[in-house]
Write a protein that binds this ligand. Sequence first.
Ligand code: ATP
Ligand code: MG
Length: 415
Amino acid sequence: MSYNIPDEVRFVLRRLSERGFEAYPVGGCVRDTLIGRVPSDWDITTSARPDDILRAFGDCKCFDLGKKYGTIGVLVGGEKIEITTFRREAAYTDMRRPDEVYFADDLKDDLSRRDFTINALAFDASGGVIDRFGGRADLEAGLIRTVGDAETRFREDALRIMRALRFSSELGFSLDGGTRAAVMSCRGLLSFVARERIYEELRRLVCGKNAARVIIEYKDVLSPFLPCLSFADEARLRAASEAASLLPPDFVLRVASLVVSSGVPDARECARDTFLSLKSDRAARMRADAIISAYLATDGLSETELKIAAARLGEDALSGALMIKRAAAQCASDDTNAEKFTAALDTASRLIASGECLTIKDLKIDGSDLIAIGIAPSPRMGVTLNTLLSAVIEGKVKNERGELISYAKNWRDKT
Ligand code: ATP
Ligand code: MG
């Protein structure tokens, strides 16, 4: 084969063909190889049924990745390769999952159930590309086009609408005219799709290299899932999307940036509702809230102010907030402010790395020392510890047990 197919994949293809089955690398791995990207994983489609696959790889570690749907994972040389029986899909009455999966006898059927022409390509054993739907021409033209009639395919599974936008963002491709029109006319069907499935595609879309263009162009498709988009007028939407795409490909950070720069009246509430409705995990929701709170709280950028902010807000939230502010300045070509935030980010990371006292836990005194000087466990104790922390950060007292106790006594007597 002339393409760069890993040895582990060749091994799987050979094993299946020795047993009389057809087997082809298919989908994303073919697409990515043809455009010079390194595939994230290799999928094999085969005439072998799941039990045949298990038998053929009896000496390898196999995983049931949905035997009912025909997918078996095989571990070869440390690589997990997914092998799926040729499939045809039947009716989708709930617009979520096909009611039943039918195994198919030939590759053509399997390729025709795939979402886009660029994802319906396979490598054949002699080193050629099997292209029944014009996928290679679309790859060259940078086009995303459904296999078959776009509206029909989106009615079968509306998640494909999000996938079209996700590939557009990741690959920098445009939607073919018919596919684009169907995205717009069928977008309402996305409300029937499980939020967990949407989350993953939306995450990849927002983290894609071309996210800004896709967010601007498909605002109406995306605003049910990113409600902040509908608050922004055209200029604001452009600035917000471009600023977000200057950030690292971190979904929570980019969404936090979109929310604060879209002009919503209550950014924290909007972010909370966004992550709740996407059924994200709690950690993502809390992190977005922390970053936005830090964004709203961070004013001063002096060393002391940054130390206090790092102590109160945490390293991740503070640096996230500063990155969002810097991206907004960069977008507005405001070099002076962009440099100011770059310097603040450097200072914050130096302070954090230096291990200087930054949180209450780092104080060389604790609750039992305070009880010993008559400050009972109560909100007052928390206030005292925070006061001590600020005093240490501002250099008013050293972080030494004896000094802290006398500072605390003094404070106790004054308040
Ligand atoms: P990547 O791995 O980079 O995300 P991919 O193309 O491999 O890209 P997957 O989500 O892993 O994307 O899907 C593997 C293949 O399965 C696709 O290339 C496509 O042929 C097919 N596919 C996935 N989801 C659908 C769907 N909802 N409808 C039709 N075909 C699909
Ligand atoms: Mg894949």
